[in-house]
Design a binder for this molecule. Structure first.
Ligand SMILES: *[C@@H]1O[C@H](CO)[C@@H](O)[C@H](O)[C@H]1NC(C)=O
Length: 173
């Protein structure tokens, strides 16, 4: 149900509801300049772009809706402003994995990483592509993907709230 909130907590110590009515808000990140707040709503399943207003609310500025992909957490590549959205391709298998993992499981929660490229005009849609798909063997229940850059090196680091390790991917040239 769309009963989730995004809550603003400022340095003044003020806590207020910035946005309500979101179905399972599950990931949050901001654009490099701080001008946009991105929120993954797992149950829609969508990623929203919001513009913070002067009074601490969030105004809708854009949205990407997926088919067959349930977004979890979001990271923003500070060098490009692009979003990496980690998500699930088979949610029931992900829930089964999370429930059974301590006792041994054959669940294979397939995951994907999608790259969202914001357009200059925030009202337009994101350009979007899948940059990684795995069957669940690489890092079961992958919940976050971030770009790591060092000199000319660029790679992607995957994490999962259900795993005791990370996975590191090289980009294909
Ligand atoms: C979710 O993403 C945010 C922003 O990229 C990051 O700060 C946070 O650590 C991530 N949380 C998890 C549980 O992956």
């Amino acid at each position: 149900m769309p009963w989730g909130h995004i809550v603003y907590y400022g340095p003044e110590g003020i806590v207020s509801k910035a946005r309500s009515g979101i179905a399972y808000p599950n990931g949050i990140a901001r654009s490099p300049g701080g001008g946009l707040i991105y929120v993954a709503a797992s149950s829609e399943p969508s990623v929203y772009a919001f513009k913070p207003t002067y009074d601490g609310a969030l105004q809708l500025a854009g949205k990407a809706t997926f088919r067959g992909f349930v977004p979890d957490n979001i990271s923003v590549d500070a060098a490009t402003g692009e979003l990496l959205v980690s998500g699930f391709l088979n949610t029931l298998e992900m829930f089964r994995y999370n429930r059974e993992v301590l006792f041994g499981t054959d669940a294979r929660p397939a995951s994907a990483i999608r790259r969202l490229i914001p357009s200059a005009d925030a009202r337009r849609r994101f350009a979007e592509e899948s940059i990684l798909i795995h069957s669940g063997d690489l890092l079961p229940s992958t919940t976050i993907a971030v770009v790591q850059r060092r000199n000319n090196m660029r790679r992607m680091v995957l994490g999962s709230v259900m795993a005791d390790h990370i996975a590191i991917c090289e980009y294909q040239q």
